[in-house]
Design a protein around this ligand. Structure first.
Ligand code: XMP
Length: 328
């Protein structure tokens, strides 16, 4: 039996820890009622929605939640480690960590077209998750981090959202969707009340294909490393400057293009790192953040000193439209 399919029209916005706690208590009871003594499977990406779903399920059914974290090699620096630390070490979740890095990067080798890259990443993800699901026995339920805007967008025909994870037909599960009727800010309030760490709760939006769409063109391991390391520097410096949680989305991009530089009196032929920092409400349009110049220069210095193969740092001034937020 699926519970709470539709958000009640008169439902109060969950904007306080008290309201969040009431929602948590209600959902814990609802999950226990739906699942009984059964087990629940969850793809735990480390994003806000799946993390909150995991924390709710751990509270409701403990180790009868089986959370699978697939590392596809396109996550940000430190993210797989954070998922393991928070869910396995602190919350004692029954967590299966799958290192699928080589598998994804081998499949993506030489693929330039952005939509083909997205399709490969999406399909490979389902394949890896389905393989893990087949190894497990006696699981009847699949939890999903569907939220209310997903339902509204699906109804409006804007986006076709994940349905039962897009899994093959032989793997059929009953869905458990404990944040289905919540807006994003409410999911965050529930996550914070459940004790999830701030960097997880206030995480900026991150695309499903991850750093794959920021390593523009055909992904290579060394250029992907340049994206990951420069992104980590940007995030560290934004956090130190108090911009975390204030700027809507910020990241670095490394296109498949080199330019001439000079190091120790010798010519270099290296990549460029592009810094992007934008503000938006719903991602349909965006303006650029006016990042203080001194901060940009500090980030540039760190990128030059710490990231291999880079001889140029640029700041993207483009709003959406005409540019999109991501580069592909
Ligand atoms: P664009 O680049 O279209 O991005 O201005 C708008 C928002 O959507 C995110 N984005 C994605 N999210 N899968 C996702 O889950 C994707 O393939 C994808 N592409 C873009 C982007 O990060 C921004 O927040």
């Amino acid at each position: 039996m699926q519970q709470l399919l539709v958000r009640p029209e008169n439902m109060k916005r969950i904007d306080s820890p008290e309201l969040a706690q009431a929602y948590i208590d209600e959902q814990v009871a609802a999950i226990r009622k739906q699942v009984g003594e059964g087990k629940v499977l969850l793809a735990l990406s480390g994003g806000v929605d799946s993390s909150v779903v995991a924390a709710l399920l751990i509270k409701a059914i403990g180790d009868r939640l089986v959370a699978v974290h697939v590392n596809h090699g396109l996550l940000r620096k430190g993210e797989p480690e954070q998922v393991i630390e928070v869910f396995r070490n602190q919350m004692h979740a029954n967590l299966i960590y799958v290192d699928a890095v080589d598998r994804f990067l081998d499949k993506l080798a030489g693929v330039k077209d952005p939509e083909t890259k997205r399709k490969i990443i999406g399909k490979e993800f389902i394949d890896v998750f389905a393989e893990e699901a087949r190894k497990l026995e006696g699981i009847k339920f699949l939890a999903q981090g569907t939220i209310w805007p997903d339902i509204l967008e699906s109804e409006a025909g804007i986006k076709a959202h994940h349905n039962a994870g897009g899994l093959p037909e032989d793997l059929s599960f009953e869905l458990v969707e404990p944040v289905r009727i919540l807006f994003k800010d409410e999911v965050r309030m529930v996550g914070k009340t459940l004790g999830l760490p701030d960097p997880m709760v206030y995480r900026q939006p991150f695309p499903g294909p991850g750093l794959g769409v920021r390593c523009v063109g055909a992904i290579t391991r060394d250029r992907l490393e340049a994206v990951r390391e420069s992104d980590a520097i940007l995030r560290e410096e934004f956090a130190a400057a108090g911009l975390q949680g204030k700027v809507w989305q910020y990241f670095t991009v490394v296109p498949d293009m080199k330019s001439t530089g000079i190091k120790n009196g010798k010519r270099t032929d290296d990549w460029m790192v592009i810094i992007r920092a934008v503000n938006s409400v719903d991602a349909t349009s965006a303006t650029i953040e006016e990042v203080p110049y001194a901060l940009l220069l500090k980030i540039r210095d760190r990128i030059f000193a710490e990231v291999k193969g880079v001889n140029r740092v640029l700041y993207d001034l483009s709003s959406k439209p005409l540019a999109t937020i991501e580069y592909e």
